[in-house]
Design a protein around this ligand. Structure first.
Ligand SMILES: [Zn+2]
Ligand SMILES: [Zn+2]
Length: 306
């Protein structure tokens, strides 16, 4: 009974927050970390600030037939799929939403590309491939990720990407796509896209099965499933990192993300999320942030040596 009442109270609080209007955030320049996201009013612990839909997503290659090809929702039971090798969609909405890129994708033979990625343990090229299919289908423009920060790439990485691009390009050409729909598909486009996916892709871990679960405190003790895939978002990518963050990004049952306050936040305070596993020690965190994201963390926790 207490549990039910608690959930109702939480739901009511969230509904009240939502009723207050647009998300209580703004994107502005920070003093030293480029763009950042700031609170436009006081925010209470647990408040959901806003939700976000991905620009592009892709299931983990090993879960292709276990999660929805569009929203990464886990398949319930063993039914719903088919034995023809085509991908699983959790709903007509997801099937409809994906029709454009999936129709393009199905026209080509991806076996060489899949072999290339799986033998090297690569996951991001699948997202670039999907984005290419989305652009060809007319669902998005070729420059839709340009607003995001790109990673700095080493020469070795660039050479690998150039090889991948040649493979991708040859697959589209073999499939007979007209040049006028693939003019955007250049080596520069591919590298530009992957440079952004590399530091902006979120690893999607589903933590709850319902919105009520998210709002209930019980979710804190629920162990995370392994990642179901990766996705790139617009607004969530504007959040800077902190090893002791005041905000976090959570996924319930699909790629539909929610940004939630971890503590009380003052008006004007910068909202920060943690890009990595916050339980690591300071040296491990600094190494991962430098290698994966290209910056040295100077958050209060790191400066204190914790
Ligand atoms: Zn779905
Ligand atoms: Zn830090």
């Amino acid at each position: 009974m207490f549990h039910v009442r608690r959930r109702l109270l939480c739901t009511a609080a969230a509904a009240a927050a939502a009723a207050r209007g647009p998300p209580p955030i703004r994107v502005a320049l920070t003093e030293s970390s480029g763009r950042g996201v700031f609170a436009t009013r006081p925010i209470a612990t647990g408040e959901v600030l806003h939700s976000a839909q991905p620009l592009v997503s892709h299931p983990s290659p090993s879960l292709l037939h276990e999660v929805c090809y569009s929203c990464l929702r886990r398949k319930v039971g063993s039914g719903g799929g088919d034995s023809s090798g085509s991908c699983y969609f959790c709903s007509d909405a997801c099937r409809g939403h994906s029709k454009g890129f999936y129709d393009v994708e199905k026209k080509a033979d991806w076996s060489l590309f899949d072999d290339h990625c799986s033998s090297r343990g690569l996951k991001y090229p699948y997202m670039a491939k999907r984005l290419a299919c989305m652009v060809i289908s007319g669902a998005v423009s070729a420059d839709c990720l340009d607003i995001l920060q790109p990673a700095c790439l080493h020469q070795g990485t660039l050479t690998e990407m150039e090889e991948e691009f040649e493979l991708l390009d040859s697959i589209f050409r073999k499939a007979g796509f007209q040049e006028e729909v693939t003019t955007f598909l250049t080596k520069e486009w591919y590298i530009n896209v992957l440079a952004r996916i590399r530091i902006n892709a979120f690893r999607i871990e589903l933590v709850a099965s319902s919105y009520e679960d998210l709002l209930s405190s019980a979710v804190a003790s629920v162990a995370c499933d392994a990642a179901v895939g990766n996705a790139v978002y617009m607004l969530p990518s504007f959040y800077n990192h902190d090893c002791d963050p005041n905000t976090h990004i959570v996924w319930l049952a699909s790629t539909d993300a929610r940004l939630k306050a971890l503590r009380n936040i003052e008006e004007g305070e910068e909202l920060r999320i943690c890009y990595i596993d916050a339980s690591m020690d300071v040296d491990a965190r600094q190494n991962i942030l430098a290698d994966g994201f290209g910056f040295q963390c100077r958050c209060l926790r790191c400066l204190s040596g914790d």
